[in-house]
Ligand binder design. Structure first.
Ligand SMILES: Nc1ncnc2c1ncn2[C@@H]1O[C@H](COP(=O)(O)OP(=O)(O)OP(=O)(O)O)[C@@H](O)[C@H]1O
Ligand SMILES: [Mg+2]
Length: 276
């Protein structure tokens, strides 16, 4: 049995559609939280091309796979980014998280238990789509941040994701962030569109978190392999990310079992066991 730790915010950043800005949101939200001296761990759950290591120009030598094999602890895999933030890089272990052996389950639980006391927030950047791996990470988190943008399939993909999580995993509460908006109204409109369909067909509650403006600084920062918050701290996007972090800090931290890191890890492992 794991020992009880204090609640940790576990936020999965997802969206269904590819390229909506999930990784940029994850990285900059994590960084903004760390700048307010929250101890943040950013977990990369996407093996894709433009993942967290690439965005931050990191070259990790150890991965989750080493943890699962019992070769090292999670703290040795975590790459420190600043005094308050570190990164758990993606690895083939991320993909294999849906096919863990009993031994690997135990290793993962121990690994997280060891670092639970050293973190306040865990941000999980997920891959695009609604694969088992994505669903497994999202359903284990207490807060689900669905990123949408004004591209044709973004709303329908977000809807498909929410529908699946609701229908198969009884999840009912989702936070929605509009990215790359030209005006704040555009963000609210996207949210309304999504809410109209969820209200009609599903029994879920969507909460609008706000928007991140379309900002060339984000693209420039990505090219430099840096977070926009660091490369262009005065940009409009950076300001919006800091506002997002302030909002996140105002969300109630769940003191129920769901609010504990153990819950997250147990759900991850449970999903792996049942093949979901
Ligand atoms: N606020 C923004 N303003 C301008 N461009 C943006 C913004 N957010 C993201 N982008 C652009 O969109 C691209 C994709 O962003 P990102 O990699 O974060 O998306 P993603 O959802 O993680 O993609 P994937 O599904 O491939 O993982 C970035 O490289 C960047 O150029
Ligand atoms: Mg990404």
């Amino acid at each position: 049995m794991m020992t009880a730790t204090k609640p940790v915010r576990v936020i999965a950043v997802t969206g269904g559609k590819g390229g909506v800005g999930k990784t940029n949101v994850s990285v900059n939200l994590a960084l903004a939280l760390s700048q307010t001296e929250q101890r943040v761990v950013l977990m990369d759950a996407d093996l894709g091309l433009a993942n967290v290591d690439v965005l931050l120009g990191l070259k990790p030598s150890k991965t989750i796979a080493d943890v699962l094999d019992g070769r090292c602890g999670l703290s040795e895999v975590m790459v420190p980014y600043n005094d308050f933030m570190s990164i758990v890089p993606a690895s083939s272990g991320t993909q294999e998280m849906t096919a863990l052996s009993v031994h690997e389950h135990a290793e993962l639980i121990h690994a997280f238990n060891d670092v639970a006391d050293q973190m306040d927030v865990l941000v999980v950047d997920t891959a695009a789509g609604i694969s088992d791996s994505v669903i497994n990470f999202v359903r284990a988190a207490q807060e689900v941040l669905v990123v949408v943008c004004d591209e044709p399939t973004s709303i329908t993909d977000a809807y498909a994701l929410i529908k699946l999580l609701n229908r198969d995993y009884q999840m009912t509460r989702f936070r929605v962030l509009a990215n790359m908006v030209r005006t704040e109204q555009e963000g609210r409109n996207m949210f309304s569109k999504l809410q109209t369909v969820t209200d009609r067909f599903l029994d879920v509650t969507l909460q609008y978190v706000g928007s991140i403006p379309y900002d060339e600084s984000v693209r420039k920062a990505v090219q430099r392999q840096a977070a926009v918050l660091k490369a262009f701290p005065k940009s409009k996007a950076a300001l919006a990310y800091r506002q997002l972090a302030n909002k996140v800090e105002s969300w109630p931290v769940l003191t129920t079992p769901r609010g504990h890191l153990e819950f997250f890890v147990e759900r991850l492992v449970q999903g792996a066991r049942t093949g979901n």
